[in-house]
Ligand binder design. Structure first.
Ligand SMILES: *Cc1c(COP(=O)(O)O)cnc(C)c1O
Length: 421
C-alpha cells in the first residue's frame, strides 16, 4: 500500500513512541476522526477500541467540546499563567475541587501526565522539608505500576517496565513493593514503612487498575489498606488517577469506590476528553498549607510554560459539562455488560489465560503474544483500532460507543485470537 507523500517523507524524520524503529510497523495515516471512527488517507475507517490512549471518553469531534475550543481560540488561545489568570483555568479548578472527594481542593495545572506525577512527587517531598523533616525523599511504589516516562516517574514504575536496571545510576532509587492484596503482603508493606519511614515522603499507586503495567485489577480493600498504612506511619498517599479518573472504572474517580481520600491526586488523559494536552495535580488543604510561610524557599517551584492553557481548560470544562448532563454511568455499565458477554467466549481460545472487565475496561490476557506485529495487522484488517501490548488485548472505548460498534470490536478480538499468531 502506498501512503500519502507526507507520510513517506516524514517517516525519514520522525521518531515513534515505544518503537524499535528498525522493525516497527509503519504508522497508519489518519486524516480525520468522528465519533468512534478514525478515517485513514485511503478512505478506510477503523472503529477505535481504545479511545486514543484512553483519552477520548466522549468520542471524537464532539460538537460541544469543539464549540468550546473554537470559541476560546477566537478570544484568547493562550496567555502565560505566571501573573495572569484565565477564566477557563480558574473555573476548571473550582469545578475539579467540587467534584473530587474530601478537601482535595488545590489544583496545579501541567501539560502531561508524567509532569503531573513529577509535581505530585515534588509536593510530597517538599511537604516534609517545609515542616523541617529532612531525609524524607523516597516514595513507596508498586510492582506492576506505571506513572510516566520521564526520568523521575520511571523510577516509580514497575522495575522492569521502568527499565530500572538498564538505567541504573541515572534513576533515583525508591522502594518498590508488592500491592497489599493479602495478609502477607500487607505485613511486608507495614514492616517496610516501619523500618524506613524517616526516608519516606509518600506512597504512590494507581487506584483499582494498574493500566500500562498490564491492566491489572485490585480490590478497593487494597486502597483502604494503603490509606490505613499511610496514616499509621504518617506518610502521604498519592493516587495516580491519570488513567482511572473520569468514569473509566464506573465511578467518577476510582478512589470513590474505596471511600478514601488521598492527600494528592493526579489527573490527565480523559481530563480534556482527548482533545488537548492538559494535566492536574490536586492537593488536600493540609498539603497546600505546608507551603504557606514567610520563607520563599517554601514555595512550590514549578511552572510549565503552557500550564493552564486556556483552550485546554475550556475543553476540559466542556467535557465536564457532558459528564454533568449525560448518562455516562449507564453507558459505562452497559459497556461493561456487553464486554463481559462478548469477551467471555475468548476464555476458550488458545493461549488465553484470563478475561476480565471493570467499568469500561475489557481485557483478554494471553500467556504469550508471539508476533505482535502480525496481531496488530490482523486487528486492523478487521476494521478496528486496538493496540495489544505485553500479553494483553484490551478495550477502553469511548463511553458513547454504540452497541454495534462495540460488537464489532469484540468480534474482531474473538476472530483474531481464534487463529493465534
Ligand atoms: C498515561 C499515564 C501517565 C503518563 O501520562 P503522560 O501524559 O503520557 O505523560 C501517568 N500515570 C498513569 C496512571 C498513566 O496512565
Amino acid at each position: 500500500m502506498h501512503g500519502p507523500q507526507w507520510l513517506e517523507r516524514g517517516m525519514k524524520h520522525v521518531w515513534l513512541p515505544y518503537a524499535q524503529m528498525q522493525t516497527a510497523l509503519p504508522p497508519l495515516p489518519a486524516v480525520s476522526t468522528q465519533g468512534r471512527t478514525i478515517t485513514l488517507a485511503d478512505g478506510s475507517e477503523l472503529i477505535d477500541g481504545i479511545a486514543s490512549w484512553w483519552t477520548a471518553c466522549h468520542g471524537y469531534n464532539h460538537p460541544h467540546i469543539r464549540a468550546a475550543v473554537s470559541d476560546q481560540l477566537g478570544r484568547m488561545p493562550h496567555v502565560m499563567f505566571g501573573g495572569l489568570a484565565n477564566a477557563p483555568a480558574l473555573t476548571l479548578a473550582s469545578r475539579l475541587a467540587a467534584m473530587l472527594p474530601g478537601d482535595l481542593e488545590r489544583v496545579f495545572f501541567t501539560d502531561s501526565g508524567s509532569v503531573a506525577v513529577e509535581v505530585a512527587m515534588k509536593m510530597a517531598i517538599q511537604y516534609w522539608l517545609n515542616r523541617g523533616r529532612t531525609g524524607r525523599t523516597k516514595l513507596v511504589a508498586f510492582r506492576g505500576g506505571y506513572h510516566g516516562d520521564t526520568m523521575a516517574t520511571m523510577a516509580v514504575c514497575d522495575p522492569e517496565e521502568g527499565m530500572h536496571s538498564l538505567y541504573q545510576g541515572a534513576l533515583p532509587e525508591h522502594f518498590i513493593a508488592d500491592l497489599p492484596v493479602d495478609a502477607r503482603s500487607t505485613r511486608a508493606l507495614d514492616a517496610l514503612l516501619a523500618q524506613s519511614v524517616d526516608n519516606i515522603a509518600a506512597i504512590i499507586v494507581e487506584p483499582l487498575v494498574q493500566g500500562a503495567g498490564g491492566m491489572l485489577f485490585h480490590s478497593p480493600d487494597v486502597l483502604r489498606t494503603l490509606r490505613m498504612l499511610a496514616d499509621r506511619h504518617g506518610v502521604l498517599l498519592i493516587l495516580d488517577e491519570i488513567f482511572t479518573g473520569f468514569g473509566r472504572t464506573g465511578s467518577m474517580f476510582a478512589c470513590e469506590q474505596a471511600g478514601i481520600v488521598p492527600d494528592i491526586i493526579t489527573l490527565s488523559k480523559a481530563l480534556t476528553a482527548g482533545t488537548m494536552a492538559l494535566a492536574a495535580t490536586v492537593a488536600r488543604r493540609h498539603v497546600f498549607d505546608a507551603f504557606l510561610s514567610d520563607n520563599p524557599m517554601h514555595a512550590l517551584m514549578h511552572g510549565p510554560t503552557f500550564m493552564a492553557n486556556a483552550m485546554a481548560c475550556a475543553c476540559a470544562n466542556a467535557s465536564l459539562d457532558l459528564f454533568e448532563g449525560g448518562d455516562w454511568q449507564d453507558q459505562v455499565a452497559r459497556i461493561a455488560q456487553q464486554m463481559r458477554t462478548e469477551l467471555e467466549p475468548c476464555r476458550n481460545l488458545p493461549h488465553v489465560v484470563d478475561v476480565r472487565v471493570m467499568g469500561a475496561i475489557g481485557v483478554v490476557e494471553l500467556d504469550r503474544i508471539r508476533d505482535m506485529n502480525a496481531l496488530k495487522a490482523a486487528l486492523i484488517a478487521q476494521g478496528v483500532w486496538v493496540r495489544p501490548f505485553r500479553h494483553i488485548v484490551y478495550l477502553t472505548p469511548a463511553f458513547n460507543i454504540t452497541a454495534p460498534e462495540l460488537g464489532k470490536l469484540t468480534a474482531a478480538i474473538r476472530t483474531v485470537l481464534a487463529h493465534p499468531v
